[in-house]
Write a protein that binds this ligand. Structure first.
Ligand SMILES: [Zn+2]
Length: 488
């Protein structure tokens, strides 16, 4: 009897804790404040300039022979003529010929500078999708309140938005206390090795560090982009995953396939791939927890109870997140076998077989730790494991969010949207941005572009019919104006 009594008390206590956590799991109360600068933006002028910017084919082609530096020079000249005040007031440097770095000197040299980033290049338009565009991708057409074309979202609107904000503030006679750097790489879509990486090197050589760095990455999503949540969510990237490809190679004596060994070189490589797929990297729910802490309160009661009690439910949440390939990528280093070779004739045993496995590395791990893990799992001395030459980078640093800079960023977003139902949350960026090259230059590197996405418009980035609403573009400019003022 005593045991049953104790069991009942324990059970009641458990229910009480779960209920208490669920009921106190509420959304942050937002107090909306007016814009710091509510002066009008000349809609027709800024829209025309963005349209013209889209017409500059600053395309990053993977094949070097296709690249056209002249289109970047032309774009530089266009920027100079479009923003005369900016080009008078700020100093400009060309980095590696095609990237641009501007400095707006602040009046108080004791303050750490801030840095606004974007990139000049765009991805190509795939030949086979050309006829699916309802508007020519490089015409910058304006129709029905929308500006169309490659770069409308990614990210001529960012380059032009920053410049419009600065030009506008200078026209109003504004002088920042804190120096403001503007950095525009020219090869973000190819990894930023020649652009952002060189700019960062140049800044490092001057022993500079920044109070805040703002790049693209997250944006505002709504209408169920995250299932179960209707309110808009502003996702602010605070870190991004790393990237490495490992080449596995097995050697064998070869010979005729009529009398094969139990495992050919290709068989050994295949076993290694199966072992890697069956032994995923351990889960790390740090970023998911941060996200769920912010969006959980807006979910239905059951989900709320789950996310409010992660101390109890974490193993279940981990299972659910692991089950879908999209959410799995947010909680662990991913393993993707992408290429393989064996013998080049059907009746010849391979003397060598190889495979390439691509890994997207979770912050906290490194190229080295991934290589060790892979070696342990494969556990076959006959398989050589080496990093594929060329591209590869460790995960970025993780920016802090419990500081004034993150608050200033949040407030700037709220001032522009004036929407207290909006949820603002840090998250982990899955793709790569130029910001990764700046990891050592600030502890407040945030990845957020003021774009609004719905489920049906998400694919426009790098896809067909890329477009931005004029209203959203005006908000982009306002947002840059607000963050500049908020940091001063
Ligand atoms: Zn981009």
């Amino acid at each position: 009897m005593k045991l049953i009594k104790w069991l009942l008390i324990t059970f009641a206590l458990l229910i009480a804790i779960i209920l208490f956590n669920t009921l106190s799991f509420t959304q942050e109360q937002i107090e909306l404040t007016p814009l710091l600068d509510s002066s009008l933006i000349d809609q027709s002028a800024v829209t025309t300039r963005l349209s013209q910017a889209i017409q500059h084919k600053t395309i990053s082609f993977a094949d070097k022979s296709d690249r056209k530096p002249e289109s970047f020079y032309k774009f530089h000249r266009f920027l100079a003529s479009s923003f005369p005040l900016l080009h008078q007031k700020l100093t400009q440097e060309k980095i590696n010929d095609l990237s641009l770095l501007y400095v707006w000197a602040g009046s108080d040299k004791s303050l750490k500078p801030m840095l606004l980033m974007s990139h000049l290049d765009v991805v190509p338009v795939a030949q086979e999708t050309k006829n699916q565009w309802t508007h020519n991708p490089f015409a910058g057409e304006i129709a029905n309140g929308i500006i169309w074309g490659r770069g409308a979202i990614d990210i001529k609107s960012g380059v032009m938005g920053i410049m419009e904000a600065v030009e506008n503030l200078i026209a109003q006679g504004y002088q920042p206390k804190r120096s403001i750097y503007l950095a525009f790489g020219h090869d973000e879509e190819l990894g930023g090795e020649q652009g952002a990486k060189q700019i960062a090197k140049h800044l490092k050589a001057q022993k500079l560090t920044f109070e805040l760095i703002l790049d693209e990455g997250g944006s505002i999503v709504s209408n169920g982009v995250i299932p179960g949540i209707e309110s808009p969510i502003a996702l602010i990237g605070i870190a991004e995953k790393g990237y490495v490809s490992l080449k596995l190679t097995a050697n064998a004596t070869g010979g005729h396939s009529s009398m094969p060994p139990k495992h050919t070189a290709l068989g050994e490589i295949s076993q290694a791939i199966v072992d890697l797929e069956n032994n995923p990297f351990p889960a790390n729910l740090t970023y998911s927890k941060q996200l769920f802490n912010n969006i959980g309160p807006a979910m239905d009661t059951i989900k709320k109870a789950v996310f409010a009690n992660m101390w109890l439910t974490e193993p279940i949440v981990e299972k659910i997140l692991s089950a879908s390939q999209t959410t799995n990528a947010t909680i662990r280093t991913t393993t993707a076998a992408t290429m393989a070779t064996g013998s080049n004739k059907d009746n010849v045993l391979p003397t060598q077989a190889s495979a390439i496995i691509n890994f997207r590395i979770m912050p906290g791990e490194t190229i080295n730790s991934v290589t060790h893990y892979v070696t342990d799992i494969i556990d076959n001395p006959n398989i050589n494991i080496e990093q594929l030459a060329g591209f590869g980078n460790n995960p970025s640093s993780v920016s802090i969010t419990n500081n004034a800079n993150f608050q200033r960023l949040k407030q700037s977003i709220y001032r522009v949207t004036q929407d207290e139902s909006m949820i603002i949350t840090p998250y982990l960026v899955m793709g790569g941005t130029d910001a990764k090259h700046y990891s050592e230059l600030s502890d407040s590197i945030y990845r957020f572009a003021f774009n609004r996405f719905k489920p049906e418009t998400l694919g426009q980035m790098h896809g067909i019919n890329e477009q931005i609403k004029i209203d959203d573009y005006l908000d982009t400019i306002k947002f840059f104006r607000e963050i500049i003022l908020a940091m001063n």
